[in-house]
Design a protein around this ligand. Structure first.
Ligand code: SAH
Length: 342
């Protein structure tokens, strides 16, 4: 057990269990999650025996600043030496950070770099929160939006992700509103229903990428487990139960999912759901070198959706000079190390 992985409730129980004074729980929780510190020895108000509690640390390993916009990409080092990545994006209304939820991923989407080496392990709550705190500390900023869209499938690490939500939302810590959090998933249906039961207005984004099961199976193996119909039914249920709008992420791949029949079918299957479609230009990786839809093609696809009454935007390409897409940086780094070793 690492003390900073605990939610405030868990910390209170733990402190009671070890016979410490009640108020110590708040001191500890605040130390990690409000003061954003790791080294208990630097605390002036904790007693000695609490200072020796095991803490899980995470560090900034490298950072890359885009020269074309204000995007910053971070590689973080975990206490077992694993590397994960996150991206800080600057928008008009503030800073948004995209964080990883697993080391690697086991979902096997064909176009995604994060999954190529499989899943190494889940991230713990403090390792997710740490990605935020380190960047806030380093740049002296306040991150006002968090998206779980980095490496990993958050709903494949459900318990830790829920604890992370508790920690980041807690008024004794960062106190971030649930509406400022987005969880992105390839569509693990039972976990979407579990998430709805929490009745928190956390935004749900679903990586759809094709409206046809047969086509989606070719790029997203999870479709063999849960059909598009099941994923959308769960999403609708989530949207209605939490009062949130669903985002559908749709990476445009030339002649694979950017045809007129794709737009028509997408319009048909999302008719009765409150959705917003986020069209993402493909960021090609070497294992998946299918073409990128041209900007003109993307605009055309967007217009077809808009005409069909679907709200759709094209995601701006931020930080394209620093491999700012999912898992590409860590992978590059691992490949460099392998080639050095050979
Ligand atoms: N596992 C989660 C979150 C991580 S991926 C999910 O599936 O949603 C975040 C988003 O980036 C997903 O929509 C994913 O499909 C997309 N993505 C991954 N690799 C990409 C690439 N090379 N080009 C464009 N989008 C990509």
């Amino acid at each position: 057990m690492f003390i900073n992985d605990l939610t405030f409730e868990e910390m209170k129980s733990y402190i009671e269990e070890i016979g410490e004074k009640k108020f110590r729980a708040q001191q500890l929780f605040t130390f990690f999650n409000k003061n954003k510190k790791w080294d208990l020895n630097s605390s002036s108000n904790l007693p000695k025996d609490l200072k020796s509690l095991p803490v899980r640390e995470i560090k900034i390993f490298e950072e890359y600043h885009s020269k074309i916009d204000e995007t910053v990409k971070f590689l973080f080092e975990l206490n077992d030496g694993n590397l994960i990545e996150g991206v800080l994006l600057k928008y008009e209304h503030g800073y948004s950070q995209c964080i990883s939820t697993q080391v690697g991923c086991r979902m096997g989407c064909s176009f995604c770099a994060s999954t190529k080496g499989g899943r190494i392990r889940n991230l713990t709550p403090s390792e997710m929160a740490g990605q935020i705190y380190l960047v806030e500390n380093k740049l002296g900023i306040n991150i006002s939006n968090i998206v779980l869209m980095g490496s990993g499938e958050p709903l494949d690490n459900y318990e830790n992700v829920i604890k992370f939500f508790d920690i980041i939302h807690d008024e004794n810590g960062k106190n971030l509103s649930n509406r400022s959090i987005t969880i992105s998933s390839c569509g693990i249906v039972p976990r979407i229903y579990d998430l709805e039961k929490l009745k928190k207005p956390i935004n749900l984004a679903i990586s759809l990428h094709s409206p046809f099961d047969e086509d989606r199976k070719k790029i997203m193996p999870i479709t063999n487990r849960y059909s598009i119909e099941e994923v959308l039914a769960a999403s609708k249920y989530y949207s209605e139960g939490t009062g949130t709008r669903i985002t559908l992420e749709y990476t445009l791949i030339k002649d694979v999912n950017d045809r007129e029949i794709d737009a028509d079918e997408l319009i048909r299957i999302t008719k009765d759901i409150k959705v917003h479609v986020n069209l993402i230009p493909l960021n090609p990786i070497k294992e998946y070198n299918k073409g990128k839809t041209s900007p003109k093609g993307a605009k055309k696809f967007q217009n077809m959706l808009l005409k069909g009454g679907i709200n759709a935007t094209i995601r701006r390409e931020l930080g394209s000079d620093i491999s700012a897409s999912c898992g590409q940086l860590r992978r590059k780094r691992l490949e460099n190390e392998n080639s050095k070793a050979n």
